[in-house]
Every structure is written in structure tokens, then in C-alpha cells.
Design a protein around this ligand. Structure first.
Ligand SMILES: [Zn+2]
Ligand SMILES: [Zn+2]
Ligand SMILES: [Zn+2]
Length: 329
């Protein structure tokens, strides 16, 4: 996340702030220009009062660009659900910021639009997943205790709301960036044959008794379940990398000229090696910082040469898509 300043007093403000902590000016985030502005008349999103959404509305809309993508909200009868939904929408706005910076569209070639169903599992079990642009999330994942219990149960080193959003949107972009494009053949070579039965692969993954896998080939255990899941996991990691480098750009560090060039816009860096050259020491550094604070690693993953190849394909597919759009425009 790049650094934002209060438009009144120029003090730093956070992406989530509804008002400047220094001078109290009410703020809105304007996704069209990717900047913080003073809250103007009729600019507040309808969800501002309820869940602290600080994005502005456009023209006569009631909801901002982010909230308007939430097709189904959970049952808001309890203050707990409202608090959990607030966390969900916060994570979602970070995802939409990533996609805005990457200039990736929210509509597929067949016209399917990205939408979100955020559901509470009080009546029925809710499975997090993606289907034709619709991303379903289980509200319970926003509860720290529940999410941590699941993380341990699934033996995952990392489980976050933002991670869920970045993973699920990866499925949507597989269809846009890979399916039927020049990247289909390289995808099969690197990630495997995605035509293998998906449901059978997922069932067999959850039924495995031997949980060992080759970590040199995959970014996570779940990535071993099916090539689509491997892609979604890798896509999420690509977003983790560029988003965290975007935050690095705001820190008062002395960096060489090449690094500074990458950090002017990591989302648009055309040289994959340059991204990785910054990411490797940075990920070690944030882990060490976390350990110094008595916390677990912020990025508990190793990027092996094979995983690096997969990330590179994600980077190439995104870049090629953007180039084609520019040519078509
Ligand atoms: Zn201020
Ligand atoms: Zn909103
Ligand atoms: Zn998935």
C-alpha cells in the first residue's frame, strides 16, 4: 500500500482511516485517482456509518466501488456479525486496491462480473470458493479464534482474510489470463494438466493420510491438490509480493537506483527478476522483525526455483493481458 497524506494537514493517514488522526478532517478514499480526499457532500458510502467504509461513491450511487460488489451480505442481526463483516470488507478493499493498481478488469470475456457473497454459517455450512466470478466467503473466517483454529486444523502456516480474497480472485483470473490464451500450454507444462477431474482431486486431497509433499515444487500444501489451486495459491503470492513492495516504497530506507525504480510502481514492474531481487531480502527482513516482536513469521514460505517459475508465469500472463488491452485500445 502506498503512503497517503491527509489533504488538510499533510500528516500520513492509513488506507482504512475515515478521519485524519491529527486534524480530524473526514476522509474518503477515491479509487478512481487512488488517493485520499476530504469527504465531500454526498460522497459517503452507505456503509460508512455501519462498517466504517471510507471509499467514496461516484455520481448518484449509494455504495462505493467496493461495497457495490458485495452481492449478499451476512445476517446483520447481531453486532458480532456486523463487526466480522467490517473486517471482511476491509480485506476486500485491499484486494480491490491491488486489482486497480494492476489494472485488471472485474469482468470476464464472457461478461461474468466479479461479485462477493459474504455469508454466515448459522443455518448452513458455507464453503469459501469461486464460481464464474462469484466469490463466496464464510463470515466465520473473520473471527480470529475460528480462523486460527482452522489454520491449525489444516496445518497451514498462514491463513488470513486478505489471503482468502487474493486466492479466490486468482481462480477468476485463471479464466481471463490463461484459459484459451497463449499461456494455456506453458501453464500445463509448469502447473500440470488442469483437465483432470477437479472434484475428485479435491476429495482425494482432503482424504490423504500421507500429508508429505515436495515443498520445492509448491508454495503450499494446498497447491498440490489440483493445478487450478496451485495457480490460485501462486496468484495470491504474486499479490502478496507486489502489495508488500508497494508498502516498502513508503519507508525511509536507503535503496539503490534500480530498487527505487521498481518501487515507483511494483504492480507495473516489467522485470520479474527485479521484483524477486527486492522481495527475497524483504521477506527475510519482515520475518526477522516479527520474531523480534515475539510473533511468528509474517511470510512463512520459501520461494524455490520451481515456485519462482510459477510466479514468473503469473507475472507474464498479467503483463501480456495488459499489453494486449493497450494495443486494442
Ligand atoms: Zn489532517
Ligand atoms: Zn463502501
Ligand atoms: Zn481455490
Amino acid at each position: 500500500m502506498k503512503e497517503f497524506q491527509c489533504p488538510s494537514c499533510r500528516q500520513p493517514v492509513l488506507f482504512e482511516h475515515v478521519a485524519c488522526a491529527n486534524c480530524g478532517t473526514p476522509l474518503v478514499f477515491d479509487a478512481s485517482c487512488i488517493d485520499m480526499r476530504k469527504l465531500g457532500l454526498n460522497q459517503a458510502c452507505r456503509n460508512r456509518e455501519i462498517i466504517g467504509c471510507n471509499w467514496c461513491v461516484e455520481a448518484v450511487d449509494w455504495y462505493c466501488r467496493s461495497c457495490s460488489l458485495t452481492r449478499t451480505t451476512p445476517d446483520l442481526g447481531s453486532t458480532r456479525n456486523i463487526m466480522l463483516w467490517r473486517r471482511m470488507e476491509e480485506a476486500k478493499r485491499r484486494l480491490l486496491y491491488d486489482l486497480r493498481r494492476l489494472q485488471l478488469p472485474l469482468v470476464s470475456r464472457s461478461g461474468a462480473r466479479v461479485a462477493f457473497d459474504i455469508l454466515s454459517d448459522e443455518a448452513n455450512p458455507i464453503l469459501t470458493g469461486h464460481l464464474a466470478g462469484v466469490i463466496t466467503l464464510n463470515l466465520a473466517e473473520a473471527d480470529d479464534v475460528e480462523r486460527e483454529a482452522r489454520r491449525v486444523a489444516f496445518r497451514e502456516p498462514y491463513r488470513t482474510l486478505l489471503g482468502h480474497f487474493r486466492h479466490e480472485i486468482g481462480h477468476f483470473y485463471w479464466d481471463l489470463l490463461v484459459n484459451g490464451t497463449a499461456f494455456q500450454a506453458p501453464f500445463r507444462l509448469i502447473f500440470g494438466d488442469e483437465t483432470q477431474d477437479y472434484q475428485a482431486a479435491i476429495s482425494s486431497y482432503y482424504g490423504r493420510t500421507d500429508r508429505s509433499y515436495d515443498p520445492r515444487g509448491f508454495i503450499s500444501e494446498y497447491a498440490t491438490s489440483h493445478p487450478w489451486e496451485d495457480w490460485a495459491e501462486t496468484f495470491a503470492h504474486f499479490l502478496h509480493i507486489v502489495a508488500t513492495l508497494d508498502s516498502l516504497a513508503g519507508l525511509p530506507l536507503s535503496l539503490d537506483e534500480r530498487a527505487r525504480q521498481t518501487l515507483t510502481d511494483p504492480y507495473f514492474e516489467s522485470d520479474f527478476e527485479a521484483l524477486l531481487a527486492l522481495w527475497m531480502p524483504l521477506s527475510r527482513g519482515i520475518n526477522e522483525l516479527n520474531r523480534s516482536l515475539g510473533m511468528s513469521d509474517a511470510y512463512p514460505f520459501d520461494i524455490s526455483p520451481a515456485v519462482k517459475g510459477k510466479l514468473h508465469l503469473v507475472h507474464m500472463a498479467i503483463s501480456a493481458f495488459r499489453d494486449q488491452r493497450k494495443l486494442a485500445a
